[in-house]
Design a protein around this ligand. Structure first.
Ligand SMILES: NC(=O)c1ccc[n+]([C@@H]2O[C@H](COP(=O)([O-])OP(=O)(O)OC[C@H]3O[C@@H](n4cnc5c(N)ncnc54)[C@H](OP(=O)(O)O)[C@@H]3O)[C@@H](O)[C@H]2O)c1
Length: 255
């Protein structure tokens, strides 16, 4: 029977690559995103060309009513939710030194990146717990975190803190849900070529050219989608709470 994957922030970038990948693996894909779907119509057209079954719900992961409305829409159309990918995330609107960081920016980033993912996962996990086992599992959760969970960037501290919080969120849900047939994984992308990084494209391209990354290229959204594919495959069923650095080897301490 066809399974259903839910992806937040899936209209473009990494989230869309994940949606397309899972659609290619015969999942129904349900996307929650703040954007007008017409803004990224060419992406949705790709799903149609693949003859994918998809649902697009316009709303914010930071809003309780939107989270609930989305889960209701997915339940009505598809029934179970088998895969949750917490991908929606934002960078600070203005990069500034931690000594200048505003409370407004802190609240915005933490509310979307951490609180939104935390309570959306809570909602979906509760639903998964009501579902029948399929084989040895009731669901899989993948959190799209970041190298910023452990690397200090003093001009976007709120982003780093939101991702460090997400890393603990991965452990907490993995621990809570391990006995319930739901494994939880985390991916920590390094620098991935998307709209989010377009504002710092030159800075990161220069770093890549200077050899800062052992694998000397930009990461692609498809690199992340491929890793999600592995995590949801069921081939890692004896591990949960693990993270994968997807950063061209940037996490390796070097002399
Ligand atoms: N790109 C990288 O180098 C990189 C590295 C490490 C981690 N990540 C993480 O990977 C994830 C995806 O990043 P990306 O580069 O693909 O970013 P992106 O190109 O900005 O795409 C993110 C998508 O999420 C949507 N979104 C924003 N706030 C939302 C909300 N409240 N509710 C639902 N959807 C929302 C965005 O809408 P808008 O168009 O309105 O913003 C956008 O469609 C993020 O969590 C990011 O932190 C990215």
């Amino acid at each position: 029977m066809k399974q259903t994957a839910v992806i937040t922030g899936g209209s473009r970038g990494i989230g869309f690559a994940i949606a397309r990948q899972l659609a290619s693996e015969n999942y129904n894909v349900a996307i929650l995103d703040v954007n007008d779907p017409e803004a990224y119509r060419e992406n949705l057209n790709q799903l149609d060309e693949m003859k994918a079954d998809w649902l697009y719900y316009r709303g914010s992961v930071a809003e309780k009513a939107d989270r609930e409305g989305f889960v209701q829409a997915v339940t009505e159309k598809y029934g179970d939710i088998d895969v949750l990918v917490n991908n929606a995330g934002v960078a600070p609107l203005v990069r500034q030194d931690i000594l200048q960081m505003t409370e407004e920016s802190f609240d915005r980033v933490m509310t979307i990146n951490l609180k939104g993912a935390m309570f959306f996962t809570q909602l979906v996990a509760r639903k998964m717990l009501e579902q029948e086992y399929k084989g040895n599992r009731r669901g899989v959760i993948v959190n799209i975190c970041s190298s910023s969970a452990y690397i200090s960037s003093i001009i976007r501290g709120e982003y780093c803190m939101s991702k460090a919080g997400m890393a603990m969120m991965t452990l907490l849900y993995a621990d809570r849900l391990a006995g319930e047939g739901i494994n939880v994984y985390e991916i920590r992308p390094g620098v991935i070529d998307t709209d989010m990084t377009s504002v710092v494209h030159k800075k990161y391209s220069d770093l890549i050219e200077k050899g800062a990354f052992p694998i000397a290229r930009w990461g692609t959204p498809q690199d992340i989608a491929d890793a999600v594919s592995v995590f949801v495959s069921g081939k890692l069923s004896y591990c949960t709470g693990n993270y994968l650095d997807l950063d061209g080897g940037f996490h390796i301490p070097r002399l």
